[in-house]
Design a protein around this ligand. Structure first.
Ligand SMILES: [Zn+2]
Length: 106
């Protein structure tokens, strides 16, 4: 098992986007510090750096290429995204959340 990527603190929206890409590619992975457990543990989400770990080492190179593509802004701009304010799932063409009006994160 290898760590693929560590997100900025609290970037749960980014984490969910990358997870969608890895799911599509059939790569098995686990996430840590994804904010789901911290609520119960009392650790503020803002102090959590979500991590993605690839389970199978032979998948890692492929996952790494997906990550690099995904980190390219043009590529990321074509993906659906999740509102950081209200967690609404939004299609790629929207630049702000129709539900609460929050701007799309960088
Ligand atoms: Zn919203």
């Amino acid at each position: 098992m290898k760590r693929l990527y560590t997100f900025n603190a609290g970037d749960v929206a980014g984490l969910s986007l990358l997870r969608a890409e890895l799911d599509l590619a059939g790569i098995t992975y686990v996430t840590r510090n994804d904010g789901l457990f911290s609520a119960a543990g009392g650790i503020p989400v803002t102090e959590c750096h979500p991590e993605v770990w690839v389970l199978e080492n032979e998948h890692f190179d492929r996952a790494d290429r997906i990550l690099r593509d995904w980190l390219t802004p043009a590529k990321r701009g074509k993906l659906p995204w999740q509102c950081p304010e209200c967690a609404e799932e939004l299609d790629a063409q929207f630049e702000s959340c129709w539900n609460c009006g929050a701007s799309r994160p960088g």
